[in-house]
Design a protein around this ligand. Sequence first.
Ligand code: MLT
Length: 282
Amino acid sequence: MSPPESVRVEVDGVGLNVALRGPEGAPAVVFLHGFPLSHRMWEPQMRTLEARWRIVAPDLRGMGGSDVGDGQYAIDLYADDLFAVLDHLGLADVVACGLSMGGYVLLRALEREPGRFRAAVLADTRSTADDDEARLKRVAAVRALKRKGAETYARQFVEIVLGRTTLAERPELVDWVRATIAAADVLGLSGAQLAMAARTDTTDVLAGLDIPVLVVVGKEDELTPRDLAGDMADALPDGRLAVIPRAGHLSNLENPEAFDRALVRFLEEVAPPPLAGPGAQR
Ligand code: MLT
């Protein structure tokens, strides 16, 4: 196991914190976190993969250890940041895994520069844009964030984002998610909400993706439910679907064992490490 490392990548004066793990030169897996979290949501997956894959996990601007900058964001700006991180690290032909908002960024990156990716994992996300109701909710959320702060927002958000099993049985995870959101920067979160409100529909992109794509969804996810994930998997030329039991919208954190089983099986197929090292999960 490699010690945790990180690198700072500057994009137009905004410093992006990028966590790195695993052997350099091993097939790279890039993790894009969901709103309003950070690369730390991928800790279980980093632990599972780090013996055999190179892990790259940036904090999106405005969240985690990345700078907030001016708070004016767009999904395309996050995609530009992703490209800058890949260029800085000299990485091509990566597998990328995006959860929810990370999935929105990944879908747009796949649409714009598909040649950078050899495979993708789309977890608890959707290709459709916001409808009018969803946009108005985001504007209300921005107003509430500015008036009441991130702590009040965090209390409400955990009830929506986590599955019923987690809410009933995993108080430590509920507390961690709540505390992480409460500590986040209001300007960063507001900018992310407005970027998501303005995102484009990438549904038509799915049929043209000629790479393997694993679609993952928590069985108890009410934000991006199973049927939606099934539709995405069906629209992909080489799509597969993994439904994670006892998990809501943060399926990788709520049931890491099941999530990692699906992820490792997929990575073994699409980006196998040259040699299995100690602790390899075959
Ligand atoms: C996320 O988990 O990234 C967000 O809930 C996505 C969204 O608000 O659409």
